[in-house]
Design a protein around this ligand. Structure first.
Ligand code: HEC
Ligand code: HEC
Length: 297
């Protein structure tokens, strides 16, 4: 029930409702609230006049200040593009060592390189650059053609066994198929090759084959792979004495490699990617090796 009565403590009227013994005073709205409402109303009127505000059919009130979000965005994009062009110019002008020492430039390399690698290279070399049988890992320390940035950039420019006039040429002869060596000799030289990478286990189990294989190797293989199988980056001949294998180090795969030969194909990128893009990729690949395992995509 509504009973309007005067509050004995403050002298104000109550609003006349009671909730479990609690009543409310009937006070006017405080002046600061009126001021605030007035200021807000004034602000919106001023804002309508100065800024774009009301839709009018297919146009709108543009406001006296002429502010336009679209021009702002266009301006910002142009600024970003200019900044990008600046980065690109600096990467194009600097040499490899300078760029690798410049953390700000390397950040640009990582961003642009990751996109370029994903679009052009990961199909063969794997998203993380780890490669697979026949496709070299680009993140280990074994290089067929040299790991200096200049060598990598050259590999990218001309390719390997590619239809490019300067292509790098790589061919592991088919010693069995072309009847250069008989089966027995291939088994022996294969045992020797495996003993280079795993000296203890392989040498112990076929020491005779390994000794015979060593002579066959000196006569047939050392010209390309080096006297101790350490490889030769001019011929793209892999190091056979490390733990990295391009095609595989198990007995069957090594036998197949020597019997049938190998001829990897890497496209030439000179006419598909700009010089700057190839430079970025060479830097990106070298940088990729220092990333923690999980960070490589
Ligand atoms: C069609 C598959 C294919 C694509 C695509 C490809 N590669 Fe290769 N790449 C190869 C093969 C195969 C080799 C090994 C060639 C050989 O046997 O010497 C190779 C070799 C390389 C080497 C030399 C490695 C070394 O140990 O010296 C580099 C560097 C390289 N690729 C980078 C790239 C980059 C960067 C891209 C992308 C622009 C790319 N590759 C795209 C197949 C490919
Ligand atoms: C004309 C130079 C040449 C000669 C001679 C040669 N190789 Fe090779 N060998 C290569 C090249 C180049 C490759 C890499 C092929 C590729 O990248 O596709 C290779 C690859 C290999 C591989 C594969 C390594 C891996 O990581 O999977 C083995 C094993 C090998 N050679 C053993 C031999 C043996 C054994 C002989 C002698 C009987 C021999 N090669 C003679 C050039 C040669």
């Amino acid at each position: 029930m509504a009973i309007r009565e005067r509050d004995p403590h403050t002298g104000h009227m109550t609003i006349g409702h009671e909730w479990n013994g609690i009543t409310e005073l009937n006070r006017p709205v405080p002046t600061p609230v009126w001021w605030f409402l007035g200021a807000a109303a004034l602000f919106s009127v001023v804002f309508w006049v100065l800024m774009p505000a009301w839709p009018l059919g297919d146009t709108y009130t543009r406001g006296l200040l002429g502010v336009d979000q679209r021009t702002t965005v266009v301006q910002k994009l142009a600024e970003a593009e200019q900044q990008q062009a600046g980065w690109r110019r600096r990467i194009a002008a600097a040499d490899f060592a300078e760029i690798e020492a410049d953390e700000a430039l390397m950040r640009v390399v990582r961003g642009a390189g990751s996109a370029l690698f994903g679009d052009n290279c990961s199909a063969c070399h794997g998203a993380a650059g780890r490669g697979g049988p026949g496709y070299p890992s680009l993140v280990d320390d074994a290089w067929l053609w040299g790991g200096a940035p200049e060598s990598i950039a050259e590999t990218l420019r001309v390719g390997v066994n590619a239809p490019h006039p300067d292509t790098r040429v790589s061919e592991m002869p088919a010693f069995g198929h072309d009847q250069i060596l008989d089966r027995e000799a291939i088994l022996q030289v294969a045992a020797y090759v495996r003993s280079l990478a795993e000296p203890v286990s392989a040498a112990a189990s076929h020491s005779q084959a390994v000794a015979a294989g060593k002579e066959i190797f000196a006569a047939n293989c050392a010209a390309c792979h080096g006297d101790n199988g350490q490889g030769n980056s001019d011929a793209g001949a892999p190091n056979l004495s490390d733990s990295f294998w391009l095609y595989g180090g198990d007995p069957q795969t090594v036998f197949r490699t020597i019997f049938y030969g190998r001829k990897g194909h890497m496209p030439a990128w000179e006419h598909r990617l700009a010089e700057l893009e190839r430079k970025i990729l060479a830097l990106y690949i070298r940088d990729l090796r220092s990333w923690p395992e999980g960070a490589r995509r």
